[in-house]
Design a protein around this ligand. Sequence first.
Ligand code: HEC
Ligand code: HEC
Ligand code: HEC
Length: 97
Amino acid sequence: MTCHQVIKADSSHIQKLAAAAKEKRPILWVRVYRLPAFVYFSHRVHTEAGAACETCHGPVRERDVITKEVANDMRSCMACHTASKARNDCGTCHEER
Ligand code: HEC
Ligand code: HEC
Ligand code: HEC
């Protein structure tokens, strides 16, 4: 809640988060983007490599409600890895960690 104590604190959606934080309840969260359990993925390596949220999630800042706009399938992962010269052997995304 560090940011949202101040930012958009009057939003009814943020107030739901604030209530959950105050009562130490998990946030009710409908997953839109989810990879199968056998795929390894970390946001950190991607944001540190300069990938924009929009590349993988579409223009989220213009949306009130998130729907799956971009396919994050193996083909698109590997295409970007090829283009950006990142590791692309099978174990990159499928190894046990
Ligand atoms: C390289 C592609 C990529 C980039 C860049 C990326 N994401 Fe993601 N994001 C994913 C994938 C893939 C998942 C699903 C991960 C999983 O299931 O383990 C995900 C999941 C999420 C989720 C959970 C979605 C849900 O439906 O519950 C949020 C929130 C999220 N990303 C926010 C962001 C934000 C904010 C940024 C920019 C700072 C960002 N992502 C950048 C690929 C990306
Ligand atoms: C926008 C381009 C882009 C997309 C899309 C993308 N990646 Fe990446 N990914 C990268 C780059 C660039 C790196 C290398 C970062 C580095 O080495 O600092 C990377 C690194 C990784 C790594 C770490 C590899 C290592 O060296 O250990 C994993 C795992 C990974 N990506 C999984 C995925 C998965 C799974 C998807 C699809 C859901 C995906 N990536 C989609 C650009 C992308
Ligand atoms: C850059 C990340 C990445 C790399 C590299 C990668 N995969 Fe995947 N793989 C994924 C993602 C994401 C999925 C789940 C989404 C999908 O099915 O497209 C997946 C799914 C799969 C599936 C399940 C397909 C299905 O229909 O259920 C198999 C099998 C697979 N990968 C094998 C491989 C093999 C073999 C290699 C090496 C030649 C490889 N993968 C390399 C990201 C990757």
